[in-house]
Design a protein around this ligand. Sequence first.
Ligand SMILES: Cc1cc2nc3c(=O)[nH]c(=O)nc-3n(C[C@H](O)[C@H](O)[C@H](O)COP(=O)(O)OP(=O)(O)OC[C@H]3O[C@@H](n4cnc5c(N)ncnc54)[C@H](O)[C@@H]3O)c2cc1C
Length: 459
Amino acid sequence: MRHTRHGWWLEEAGEVAPESPLDGDTAADVAVVGGGYLGMWTAWHLLALEPELDVVLLEASVCGHGPSGRNGGFCETLWGDAPTLREKAGDAAALAVCRASEQAVRGIGAWCEANEVDAWFREAPMLRVATTESQVGSWDDTVDAAAALGAQKEVVSASLEEVRARCASPLFLGGALYRLNATVQPARLALGLRAKLLERGVRIHERTAAKRLGKDGSVEARSGRVRADSAVLAVNSAAAGFPGYRLSLAVASSHIVLTEPVPEVLEELGWTGGEAIVDSRTLVHYMRTTRDGRIVFGWGGGAMGFGGRTSDRLELAPDVIERTQQSLLRFFPQLRGRAVTHAWGGPIDVSPTHLPIFGSRGRVHHGFGFTGNGVGPSFLGGEILARLALDRRDERTGLAIVEPGRTLFPPEPFRYAGGSLIRRALMAKDAAEDSGRRPGAATRFVASLPRRLGLHLPR
Ligand SMILES: Cc1cc2nc3c(=O)[nH]c(=O)nc-3n(C[C@H](O)[C@H](O)[C@H](O)COP(=O)(O)OP(=O)(O)OC[C@H]3O[C@@H](n4cnc5c(N)ncnc54)[C@H](O)[C@@H]3O)c2cc1C
């Protein structure tokens, strides 16, 4: 097994030569900081709105080599957040966000087609499954929310037979189907987008970390400075390192193991429809297939900290990978004796509400908090940030995920100590439930803290 920092997707997509770092001072209409999906979609939508715009994008490493190039490739809507949206913003606003997130999923598919980027975009419903009795029906609030919003087809309960007909894991006990979902090869999407931005004339400077953003829209890096009318901060979990954002998000990590091609196992499971699957644990497992017949299997149970950063050491945590591999075999015992070829991980930007957050402070516009669901919603985020940067208001900037009101994570001493304590409790709770036991009272109490804090855990 190869345990790499960047993962298999980027290997499969092929290497790119980095663009030159920023060298000296320059001026631009908009400076985008961060070359993941969010920063790159923002640049794309800026040019869609104003083709003559001069856009500079600064990326600390190489565009698409962060989580955008190494995630699970679930391209989801925000229907899973419908209950929270209804509670926080009301029915009309909740429906508007969910529908806009559907347009984002379709928008990515249409973009790939129009730009001839083969990112393995494949539409198929997403399955949320139960693997323990305690998880059965945990999706009811989402099914109910979709129905209450007049969109009952978007999320529906699925019987044990319906679930097993799509994927016959012996662990599955029932579930729910999310009608609109897609899977992508995430690195092909990210690098395809990077290539199109370069073609369109966006000035991309890689290996250039922004150190400071001025409220006037200027951006400073060690090797130079960009004077711009507005700046966009799209750096995922690194936002916690910028003044004023420290307590706006928490940082966790997610990890993936990948099998060798196993098409005959997929046939045996009946898992040939391209469904993305997620279980209903607190620290979720997620799984999907690839075009060449592999299984991608991930676990959102890595590091957890409040207002801090995950380090590379945690991204490569061997104990987390080992647990993930063990879980893979529990889900699919047919894989015994088959090779796991790659493993990798990366940071997750957890928002207090599980929903992404967009907004502005002076001429700096920010987006973060995808909480493990950024592939689809970052397209929408790019539409929003492009409009904020150009000071245009429309139905996109009026969505309830724009300036949603400030919810913060607790300050010290809760951060790291609190994060690892809660992670241990969540692991103990999930383990007890996996083996059919009720977790102890202390475990239940500590494990309930994230929800009390408004923290919904990511994958
Ligand atoms: C293992 C894993 C699995 C996941 N699975 C899924 C999934 O299946 N579906 C899903 O929807 N989401 C998933 N996610 C989350 C998803 O990858 C993210 O939500 C999404 O990529 C966020 O895009 P982004 O542009 O905000 O962040 P990123 O891709 O992290 O991009 C931010 C960029 O900013 C750069 N940067 C940081 N600091 C600076 C600085 N100071 N100056 C300049 N640049 C800087 C970074 O180098 C990085 O390239 C997963 C994440 C991980 C780690």
